[in-house]
Ligand binder design. Structure first.
Ligand code: SAH
Length: 243
């Protein structure tokens, strides 16, 4: 657990014995279910702790004090897969309300199992495509924080995520690689969807091997009704002349 504990400490958070127990259980179940369904290519314990758990928890570095003390903070993780970054965040911040959304029913079956096993409260698991679920009033513009990791390039991702974000809320996207170019290409989409690019935060945590970034986008206006477009369109024809 040293890497996880030391890495998370750099985010200003202590991983206690109770958290460690939950992370261990999460790892065991992940590995067990991974034999039947494809959840992760990373199976070594140390690697899972760093590349999945610690990496997920870096989101904490951009959560403000105001958000942390908000007893009703409402987070949705779009394309969460095996629960990243949503579940590690919920383990460390048990007071938040969390929605985990993925279109693959096998993955959401694992998530339902995991939520029960870890006895996490106030977690909703949603099976469905972001393009469709974002039009449901219960989810549209309802979340303070929308998180997403490894789902799509920014120009597509903003259409899948910003519609869930309330005005004044934020999108925090996990990214690696040539991030400036990606954001440049997404600028028009961000504007059309009611967002405003805030900043890119480079993660300076030595435990993480690769360069990682968090891209923060604020929601400043309502997303026009027609977005997201029908399933598949955000990926096939991303918004914007440069795409
Ligand atoms: N966030 C996880 C999983 C990334 S893989 C992680 O970082 O490990 C991408 C996931 O997004 C897959 O589980 C896939 O089923 C889901 N996904 C892709 N497009 C989606 C969409 N339009 N709506 C909902 N889920 C989607």
């Amino acid at each position: 657990m040293e890497e996880l504990v030391a890495g998370v400490r750099k985010l200003g958070i202590e991983v206690d014995i109770k958290h460690q127990k939950l992370f261990r259980l999460y790892y065991q179940e992940l590995l067990d279910w991974n034999k039947k369904i494809n959840l992760t290519a990373i199976t070594d314990y140390k690697a899972v702790k760093v590349k999945h758990f610690l990496d997920s928890l870096t989101v904490i570095s951009v959560i403000t004090g105001e958000e942390l003390t908000n007893p009703h903070l409402n987070i949705i993780d779009i394309g969460t897969g095996a629960g990243f970054p949503g579940i590690p965040l919920k383990i460390i911040l048990p007071q938040v309300r969390l929605a985990l959304l993925d279109s693959t029913a096998k993955k959401t079956a694992f998530l339902v199992h995991m939520v029960e096993k870890l006895q996490l409260l106030d977690v909703e698991v949603i099976t469905g495509r972001a393009e469709e679920m974002a039009h449901f009033p219960a989810y549209r513009q309802q979340f303070d924080l929308v998180v997403s990791r490894a789902v799509a390039p920014m120009s597509t991702l903003v259409e899948l995520t910003l519609p869930f974000c309330r005005i004044g809320g934020r999108l925090v996207a996990h990214k690696k690689g040539k991030i400036e170019q990606e954001i440049e290409k997404a600028n028009e989409a961000i504007d059309i969807l009611g967002g405003k690019f805030v900043r890119t935060e480079k993660m300076n945590i030595e435990e993480l091997d690769e360069e990682r970034y968090l891209v923060v986008v604020e929601k400043i206006r309502s997303t026009p009704e027609k977005y997201p477009r029908r399933s598949g369109m955000p990926a096939r024809r991303p918004i914007g002349k440069n795409n």
